[in-house]
Design a protein around this ligand. Structure first.
Ligand SMILES: [Zn+2]
Length: 307
């Protein structure tokens, strides 16, 4: 198996034109040959029944006392849970560039990838569960995987979530609030669709207001890009929003500090190997599942990328 290596490719976006496809950039993982045993994550694995409910295995991070939270070195040393990042789930259109197609999932490709996860014995977990595991070593289901979606594309509600639910999986949806309800070349979920996902037991997280990189924020930007969108998503869902995904996967130490200050428990980057030494919870690694990947390729990349 060979995977192309490439540098971070920023995807030019303009929110002023509705015809523009908005999405994260991606870093492709280099291939590594060492295999790993994903089942080894939990000290005492629990097997959720096939009828997993929204409340099962839910841990409220707010109930974890500060003195029970492990230090950064311990958190970094824990075995990593595979975390996947999806964007649009729709068939390719003639105007979609080759690069865009690497993160736009044709519907059948997506269905085949999710079926592979189920057939391989993976169990989806929530960001709250991941937080409990990383901070306290709390047990996770066998072969845990965190399935995330960025940007708030409408088909994540209409196509992706029902597909996950077929297998008892739950997803995590990071919403860019500027686009809520937008219709155009790419459609975005409206408030009711976002609330519906939350009501069905999926997790709603924040992905800024309009997808600007956190690396250049001024004091005012932290209000418009983070504080206000967080409040808006909490109003829509009626639930706390404690997890964040960096636009383009781009982050720096200052951003981890600012997010932590604002009550964020987890923040997700892309495939950079390095996590922040002081705030590893605010620099959690994910890989973008490519629209070019067969189920087998996804399976191999999961094994090679998270150790
Ligand atoms: Zn994005």
């Amino acid at each position: 198996m060979s995977i192309r290596k490439s540098a971070l490719i920023p995807i030019a976006i303009s929110l002023l034109t509705t015809a523009t496809v908005i999405g994260c950039s991606q870093t492709k993982e280099s291939s590594q040959s060492t295999d790993v045993k994903e089942g080894a994550v939990a000290a005492t694995p629990t097997k959720p029944s096939s009828t997993t409910t929204a409340t099962e295995n839910r841990v409220d991070p707010a109930t974890i006392p500060a003195d029970k939270i492990a230090d950064a070195a311990t958190i970094i040393a824990r075995k990593q849970v595979p975390i996947l990042c999806y964007h649009q789930v729709r068939d390719w259109r003639p105007k979609d560039s080759e690069n865009a197609r690497s993160y736009i999932m044709p519907i059948q490709v997506f269905k085949d990838q999710i079926k592979m996860l189920a057939d391989s014995g993976y169990h989806s977990i929530s960001p709250d569960q991941l937080y409990a595991y990383l901070t306290t070593g709390a047990a996770l289901p066998e072969k845990p995987v965190l399935i995330t979606f960025d940007d708030g594309d409408e088909e994540q509600h209409g196509i992706a979530a029902p597909e996950l639910e077929k297998y008892g999986f739950k997803g995590t949806f990071f919403i860019m609030t500027a686009s809520i309800g937008r219709r155009g070349y790419q459609h975005y979920m409206d408030k009711q669709q976002i609330k519906d996902l939350a009501d069905r037991g999926h997790t709603i997280g924040c992905h800024t207001w309009d997808h600007h990189s956190v690396k250049k924020y001024t004091a005012a930007d932290w209000v418009t890009q983070i504080e206000q969108p967080t409040k808006k998503l909490e109003e829509i869902t009626g639930k706390p929003v404690r997890h964040f995904a960096y636009p383009f996967g781009l982050w720096n130490h200052e951003a981890t500090v600012e997010l932590k200050k604002r009550g964020y428990l987890g923040a997700y980057q892309l495939a950079e190997k390095k996590r922040d030494e002081e705030n590893p919870l605010l620099s959690i690694r994910r890989i973008i599942a490519s629209g070019y990947w067969s189920p087998k390729t996804l399976s191999n990349n999961i094994k090679n990328s998270f150790k």
